[in-house]
Design a binder for this molecule. Structure first.
Ligand SMILES: [Zn+2]
Length: 230
C-alpha cells in the first residue's frame, strides 16, 4: 500500500526516502468554480488518481509511493471573480512548490512527482521543476489527462465522467452565464476555445484512467534522466 506522508515519522522518512524505488507523490488541484460541482474537484480527482495509480504500480513492481497532502491552493486567476474561487499569486504558488521540493530533497527523496489535476497549474509547475532540476534526482510532472490522451474540459462532460469513474462526487449541473463573467480571452500556442465548446466525448474506464497514470509513475521509477519531465 502507498504510504501516507502525514502518518509517517521523521525516522520512517529517514529510513525510506532515499531508496531508489521510492517516489514522493504530490497531488495538485485547485479551489475554483466548477459550476454546481465542488470547488476542490481537480484536487479530489488528482488525489484519487495518485492513490489508485500508486496501488497499481506497487502491484507490479517493487516501487513504493509516499503520498503527500494534496495541494489545493493553486493557480486559477481566470475564475477569480466567481464566488468561492481562491487563487494564489504566481510567486506564492511558485514558492510553495519550491519549498516542498527542497524539503523533500533535504529528506533524501530521489524521485518526486506532482500529479496535477488542473490545467492552469501546468506551466508554473513545469517552470519550477526546470529551475529545481538536479543531477542526482528526478522530478516529474504528470498532468493526468495527458496520460489518457484526452482533452480535459473544465466542469464539462469529460471531467464529470472521470470524476464518476473514480467515485468522486461531481454534480456539475448547468453553469450560469455569470460564472463566465470577465473570462479572459487568452491566445497561447493553440487558440483557446470558449468554455462552452462542444468537446469530443470519449468513454474512459476507471482502469484506463488508473493504468495510464500508473505507467507514468513506472516511467519515473525507470528513468535516471536529469530533471526528466514526463
Ligand atoms: Zn476541474
Amino acid at each position: 500500500m502507498p504510504l501516507d506522508y502525514r502518518e509517517l515519522s521523521s525516522f520512517d522518512i529517514k529510513n525510506i526516502a532515499s531508496r531508489d524505488d521510492v517516489i514522493a507523490v504530490i497531488p495538485v488541484g485547485s479551489l475554483e468554480q466548477h459550476c454546481r460541482g465542488p470547488l476542490g474537484l481537480d484536487g479530489l480527482i488528482a488525489e484519487k488518481i495518485a492513490w489508485e495509480s500508486c496501488k497499481a504500480l506497487e502491484a507490479r513492481s517493487s516501487g513504493l509511493c509516499i503520498i503527500l497532502p494534496t495541494i489545493y491552493y493553486a493557480f486559477s486567476p481566470e475564475w477569480g471573480e466567481v464566488e468561492g474561487t481562491l487563487s494564489l499569486k504566481i510567486p506564492a504558488f511558485a514558492e510553495l512548490l519550491e519549498s516542498i521540493i527542497s524539503g523533500l530533497r533535504r529528506a533524501g527523496f530521489k524521485r518526486i512527482a506532482f500529479i496535477n489535476g488542473h490545467g492552469g497549474n501546468s506551466s508554473i509547475i513545469e517552470a519550477i521543476l526546470r529551475e529545481s532540476a538536479g543531477e542526482s534526482y528526478t522530478l516529474a510532472l504528470i498532468n493526468y489527462w495527458e496520460q489518457l490522451n484526452i482533452k480535459l474540459d473544465h466542469a464539462g462532460p469529460t471531467e464529470k465522467e472521470i470524476a464518476e469513474q473514480l467515485g468522486v462526487k461531481a454534480e456539475m449541473g448547468e453553469c450560469e452565464e455569470t460564472q463566465y463573467r470577465n473570462k479572459p480571452r487568452i491566445i497561447t500556442g493553440k487558440t483557446r476555445k470558449p468554455a462552452t465548446m462542444k468537446i469530443s466525448q470519449q468513454t474512459l474506464t476507471r482502469e484506463q484512467i488508473i493504468e495510464g497514470n500508473a505507467k507514468a509513475l513506472e516511467e519515473i521509477l525507470k528513468t535516471n534522466t536529469i530533471g526528466k519531465l514526463i
